[in-house]
Design a protein. Structure first.
Length: 162
């Protein structure tokens, strides 16, 4: 039997070189010690340009022949890559926010409000007999507990004789 694995459409992290990633992780660890773990995630949109400035400073230092950052002793390219990753993450977050799908949770308050106003005659018009409501008049009583997305609804029929 021949080995098979259906993963050609999946990402291949093994394509990433490990040693350079280790250098970027060292930069992240230095930053976590100096500023706090994941401090970069708190950057506002106005703050994000500072990462571009830092990226450019490390690029210019590298182009000028400086191999390592003076403060950390780590490669300027590792610092540059780290800043590039931050900027990429910010860009991906913005793209995701722009494409955010509206909530799939229906507006239950509006739905049940409409349900409570149902007109049986109107509902039954143009429906096959097996799909019609059989009670001449029905009103739905809606009660709920909680608030927002965490409401628990209970719908009961109050039958009214005509």
């Amino acid at each position: 039997m021949t080995f098979k694995k259906f993963d050609t459409d999946k990402l291949h992290p093994s394509l990433l070189p490990v040693k350079p990633l280790e250098e970027v992780i060292k930069v992240l660890m230095f930053g976590a010690e100096k500023y706090g773990r994941d401090n970069w995630k708190e950057a506002t949109e106005e703050d994000q340009v500072r990462y571009l400035d830092a990226l450019m400073r490390h690029a210019m230092a590298y182009v000028d022949g400086e191999e390592a950052d003076e403060e950390t002793g780590l490669s300027h390219l590792a610092h540059l890559a780290c800043n590039a990753l931050f900027l990429l993450e910010f860009g991906l977050q913005e793209k995701t926010a722009e494409q955010e799908v509206p909530s799939l949770t229906p507006n239950l308050d509006a739905y049940y409000y409409e349900l409570s106003k149902i007109d049986i005659d109107q509902y039954n018009r143009n429906r096959a007999p097996e799909d019609q409501l059989t009670c001449p008049k029905a009103a739905y009583k809606v009660s709920h507990e909680g608030s927002g997305d965490y409401k628990k609804y209970k719908v009961t029929k109050d039958w009214k004789e005509t």
